[in-house]
Every structure is written in C-alpha cells, then in structure tokens.
Design a protein. Structure first.
Length: 400
C-alpha cells in the first residue's frame, strides 16, 4: 500500500501538538516537578519542525530538522531534570548532538547530500535516544519502575531503529537520484508516530508514579523530621503487639519528650525549634536499630517501638538515646542551643492485652520521668494486673 507522505506529516504534527499540550498542562499543574516544562517545550519544537518538513529548499529543510533536533535535546534535559540528576551530566551528550547538527548543516549547505543528512540525523537520534534510555534505566528511583523502564526501553528501541536507518542509508542503492527513498520516508514517519504516542504515555505514567509515591510518603512521614508519623506507628504497634503475644516475644516502647521545648521556641524562635526537632530525630534514628520504628507523635514527642526487646535492653537503649541527645548543639549567633530528653519505657508482659495499654504505660513512665526532674528514664511494664511499678533500674539519669 502506497502511504501518502503529506498525510503522515499531518498526523505526526497533530500527535506532537496534542502530546505537548498534555505535558504543558501537567507542567502548569505541577510546577514543583522538574523536567515537565522541558518535555512540553520538546513537543512543541518537534511539532513545529514536522509542520515545516514539507517546505522545499535548504532553508525549510534546516529549519525543520533543527527544530526537531532542539526538541530531542529538550526531551533529554527534561529526563535528566525529572530524575534529579546534576545538570553537568547533560553536557557531553548535548555537545555530541551539537557537533552532529553542525555536520548536518554542512551536508545541507556546504556540500548538499541527502545520504549524508540521513546518516547524520540518524546518528543524532541514536545518540540522544540511547542517552535518555540509559538515564531512565540507570537513575530512576524505585517508585518509578516499571514506568521508567518501559519508557527507557522505548527510547532504546528508537535508538536501534535510528541506527538501522543510518546503516540503511549507507548500503541501499540510491539509483542515482540522491533523494531519500520513498519507503524510507514512510517507515521513518510511521516509527515517529509510534514513538510519539508511546513515549508521551510513558512520561505521563512516570508523572503518575511520582505523584503516587509522594502521596504515600506524605501519608506515612512526618513532613518536618522525615520519620514515621503517628498513623504508621499505631498500625505497626497493633500488629507487633499481636505478634508478640502470639509468639511469646518481648516488645518495648519508648516515649521520648524534649525537655522545656516551649522555652526553646520562645527564646530562639520556631525556626530554631524546628531545627532542634530535626536534630533530635536524626540522633534517634542513628541510635535505634533498623528494625525499630521511630515516629513523631506530637509537637516535641517521639515514640520508638522496639520489637523483640525486653525491659533491660529497652532501658539500655533509652539511656543511650538520652545521653546522645544531650550532646546535640545548634550554633546560633546568640549562643549554642542544647537540649535534653525525658524517656518513659514500657514493656509488654506475657499477660499484656492491647496496644493502647502499652502506650498508656509508656506515657505514665514519661510523666514520672518529668515529675522527678527530667533528663531521666523511667520504666513500666504491662502485666496481668495492669501497669506494674517501675523497676529499680528506672532510677537512672540525672536532674537537669
């Protein structure tokens, strides 16, 4: 079947324009997502280039191809920005693309030759598409898979097809016309139609995956400190209590409160208070095991769930946390900002019942630590008679 080249150009142009409009709307709706504006600009540049493709003469040919080349360069920069890679990584590929574009200019104006233009443009698309595919497969975060992998595979396929086109230009019989064969033109435009549609869907898929990941992160994390939030801890706590009771394993909970935190905000300002919360969260994260669950549950309150940890071990962890927190120092023009913490430790006994009892025990132990001088650790456990009295090891710590 003899396909009409002008009709294919119209279809290509319309598809690129629609794709660019979709990506522009995404960029306007999500200004904090880097790279989207580059993808939109890429689509418009390529659409303009395709619209000029039917123009005759060397000026129309140059304008068309350089707009398409620019569009591919913008797409590459957009992928690098979207993945959060440093901008300097784009320079080697962009320089290679610029050199190939300069050679294309030579084969258009200096020594006009259709075979040379096809060879150089094909190598340009091979280079840019391979670079995009490599970044998508190599640098995409886990949450973007498989969207980034599929999109990268599409670009890799286009790189191979462009390379095959370059080889085709070298070996086919040009029959003395020095014009691009009709079959090559048709095949090229059909491939571009497929690539435009699938790659745009790949971009939108990656954007959707990124948004889903951010929403999940916001639902699970405290936005200031980056540790888990109350919802995550409560869900994990109920599950761990059931598991501990079912398998007769130890389980402990630390309730951690920064001493005199309101005074820090009042004297140093809320910016310093926020910085102190982040510093304390970082300290707690370093001192706890990876299997422990740390969460911020209030303004200056943190809780740490310690699976398979008995009272003595939990107390030792609490003491280590308390001592390390006391070493925190934030330098400010008015002086150093320091803090201490009071910690309540609760352990689930063999006859404990529910998560709320463990939380209540840790809370009461914390109040005892604060009532008896702050900057100290107190312990309680949940047993058959409810909350058991604090143990001798609870009389640790020193008064601020």
């Amino acid at each position: 079947m003899d396909l009409d080249i002008p009709s294919l150009l119209v279809v290509n142009t319309l598809l690129q324009t629609v794709a660019a409009l979709c990506l522009l709307m995404a960029a306007l709706s999500l200004p904090r997502q880097a790279g989207l504006s580059y993808w939109a600009a890429s689509g418009f540049a390529q659409a303009a280039g395709l619209a000029l493709n039917s123009q005759t003469g060397w000026l129309g040919l140059l304008s068309s191809n350089f707009l398409i080349f620019t569009g591919y360069g913008l797409a590459y920069v957009g992928v690098v920005r979207f993945l959060g890679r440093p901008v300097h990584e784009t320079w080697p590929v962009l320089v290679a693309g610029a050199l190939l574009a300069a050679v294309f200019l030579w084969f258009t104006v200096g020594a006009p030759e259709s075979r040379g233009r096809i060879l150089v443009s094909s190598l340009f698309f091979t280079t840019l598409s391979a670079a995009i595919a490599w970044h998508l497969v190599r640098h995409a975060e886990r949450d973007l898979c498989p969207a980034a992998t599929v999109t990268g595979a599409l670009y890799a396929a286009w790189a191979l097809l462009a390379l095959a086109r370059a080889g085709w230009a070298l070996v086919i019989d040009w029959e003395g016309t020095m014009q691009e064969p009709h079959a090559m033109k048709v095949a090229t435009r059909l491939v571009i139609i497929c690539i435009t549609t699938t790659v745009t869907n790949g971009y939108l898929w990656m954007i959707s995956r990124r948004l889903d990941s951010e929403l999940m992160q916001q639902a699970r994390q405290d936005p200031l400190t980056g540790v888990a939030n109350r919802r995550v801890l409560w869900a994990a706590g109920e599950m761990e209590v059931s598991r501990a009771l079912r398998h007769h394993r130890a389980l402990s909970l630390l309730m951690i409160d920064i001493d005199h935190f309101k005074a820090v905000n009042d004297r140093w300002g809320h910016g310093t208070g926020d910085a102190l919360l982040v510093a304390v969260a970082d300290c707690l994260t370093r001192e706890l095991r990876r299997s422990d669950i740390l969460a911020r549950v209030g303004g200056e309150e943190f809780m740490a769930l310690l699976p398979e940890t008995g009272l003595e071990d939990a107390w030792a962890v609490a003491e280590r946390v308390r001592q390390q927190t006391a070493t925190i120092s934030l330098d400010r023009p008015q002086g150093a900002v320091r803090c201490t913490v009071s910690i309540g430790v609760a352990t689930l006994g063999a006859d404990g019942h529910v998560w709320e009892e463990l939380v209540t025990a840790a809370d009461q132990a914390l109040y005892r630590a604060k009532d008896t001088g702050r900057n100290r650790t107190e312990t309680l456990s949940v047993g058959p008679g409810g909350l058991e009295a604090s143990l001798p090891l609870a009389q640790s710590g020193w008064t601020a």
